[in-house]
Design a protein around this ligand. Structure first.
Ligand code: HEC
Length: 155
């Protein structure tokens, strides 16, 4: 057994032990790994936005969480461009990623860079604890989502 193989085996065994009962590394059977990965990265935004809106609406009171949640968004943004970089047009399986992503990679990746900038600015604003900075910072951080989805994500 090679070292690399042993390491991989160990990682797989650990993953299986930790996740098998609950998550089973949830992957839609027909979805190929790259699509699943980028969707999982995107889910960080979704889950973060839901928590922030619950706070904004006053349904829960965890204002001390804004900074940590904004950090999650900023971190997810740093993973996003690379998660989409591989051209997967020839791969079989359901995905909402349109082929135009790789036709217009410069535009697409520029939007991902902007998302990194805006979420980093939001993370800074959230550290202030000042709602006068947090709300506009949040609005700017999420202003990218729809415009990109309209162009590059199938309904
Ligand atoms: C530069 C383009 C771009 C930006 C910016 C972007 N997305 Fe996406 N997003 C996509 C594409 C393309 C997909 C489809 C991926 C696939 O199906 O393989 C997607 C998928 C998703 C999904 C679906 C995940 C799933 O399980 O099907 C969610 C949720 C999502 N994005 C949320 C967001 C939020 C929230 C933001 C803003 C904070 C955002 N996205 C910013 C391009 C973008």
């Amino acid at each position: 057994m090679t070292r690399a193989f042993r390491k991989k085996l160990l990682a797989t065994t650990v993953a299986a032990a930790v996740f098998a009962p609950s998550v089973a590394l949830a992957q839609d059977e027909q979805t190929f790994a790259e699509a699943q990965y980028r969707k999982d990265v995107m889910q960080h935004f979704n889950l973060s936005i839901k928590k922030i809106l619950q706070n904004f609406q006053g349904n829960v009171q965890h204002p001390e969480h804004y900074a940590a949640i904004a950090d999650i968004m900023a971190n997810a943004a740093t993973l996003s461009k690379a998660a989409f970089e591989k051209d997967t047009r020839s791969m079989e399986g359901p995905t909402k990623a349109k082929g135009e992503i790789w036709d217009n990679w410069e535009d697409f990746s520029g939007r991902m860079d902007k998302l990194v900038e805006d979420t980093a600015a939001f993370a800074e604003a959230a550290k202030s604890g000042d709602m006068g900075q947090i709300q506009p910072g949040f609005r700017r951080a999420v202003s990218q989502c729809k415009a990109c989805h309209d162009l590059y994500k199938a309904d």
